[in-house]
Design a protein around this ligand. Sequence first.
Ligand SMILES: Cc1cc2nc3c(=O)[nH]c(=O)nc-3n(C[C@H](O)[C@H](O)[C@H](O)COP(=O)(O)OP(=O)(O)OC[C@H]3O[C@@H](n4cnc5c(N)ncnc54)[C@H](O)[C@@H]3O)c2cc1C
Length: 357
Amino acid sequence: MRADLIVCGLGPAGRAVAHRALAAGRPVTVIDSRPDRVWTPTYAAWADELPAWLDPTVIAATVEAPTAWALREHRIERTYQVFDTAALQRSLTLDGARVLADTAIEVGQDVVTTASGLRCTGQVVDARGLARAPERAEQTAYGVIVDRAALEPGQPVLFMDWRRDNGAGPDEPPSFLYAVPLGPGTLLFEETCLAGRPALTPAVLRARLTQRLRARGITLTGTEPVERVRFPVQGGRSGGGRFGAAGALTHPATGYSVAASLSAADTVAAGNTLWTTQARAVLALRRAGLRALLALAPAEVPVFFDAFFALPARHQRAYLSGHDLAGTTAAMRAVFAAVPPRLRRTVATSVLGLTGR
Ligand SMILES: Cc1cc2nc3c(=O)[nH]c(=O)nc-3n(C[C@H](O)[C@H](O)[C@H](O)COP(=O)(O)OP(=O)(O)OC[C@H]3O[C@@H](n4cnc5c(N)ncnc54)[C@H](O)[C@@H]3O)c2cc1C
């Protein structure tokens, strides 16, 4: 069976590229084991990362300047947006695509073989996501969705809050609170282990979240809807037709990939590569940044993020989004210069690959 573009995997990455290829008039075949799977995670992104073509009604909440707490409070001068996940999925229409509910068994750059015995040829985009594996650091989180009516007004929007009012001991791996609106009526409070190998368990995160919220005057009833997060932040390979998490678009320091996939969809749908020499160098630097993060002692983590969130917004943006090599290097140098000497040694040795995993 010959197709023009074959997209394996209908997560945010595959669906975005299929949608944009269809919009550009390319015949598209999509293959997913469960093409009708409804996405349920709460996705969010920085507003400046999102492509102009995205339907604005997919945004459920916009925060002009979220807060980060490390050793002190930082105002992040960057607009943050939370998706209406169902609306995002619906907006990435697949009208006109041939949709195969099948499992891709062998995926090459121009041929796919499926479990049902189909052999499809054409330009292949492999967006099958990333499987969990013991050698891959993971992000885990435990969140609850709370009605605003049950809360005091004026709850802060917290991109990351590393304060220790969650009951974690000084030598235990830290976790942070993520607190964002899901719309006008609800807030998500999520205790998050940014990256761990192994990552903190849901039970630990749940206990920390309960304690932290209680310390802030919020008592959970136990009936709140729950969101559980667990996915690899390491792995994925650039190039070779891979895209999304499979294609190394997961940011190693945040776990985010959805906005990167949306904004790169047109490039990939047009058959072009994302992976310039500069983009590969940025990926290598960010992976080194994750090695440093994994090597930090628990008490050093907030020190590191304090230096990061003190950076000008343009440095933060360069490190977190896109593939700006000069900006990424400048951000890393600025953090390095700002942290104390002991932490600098840890960062230097892990960035250079002398220690760390
Ligand atoms: C609760 C939660 C909250 C999150 N929050 C955010 C966030 O705020 N921002 C953000 O950017 N990221 C967030 N993430 C991470 C995000 O989910 C992933 O980065 C994203 O889903 C990766 O998209 P993807 O399309 O590359 O892969 P996936 O979403 O993993 O999709 C892969 C698709 O491929 C299909 N597939 C797999 N193998 C095969 C096969 N052999 N044959 C056919 N089909 C196959 C699967 O069925 C699936 O549909 C969150 C994750 C969770 C769990």
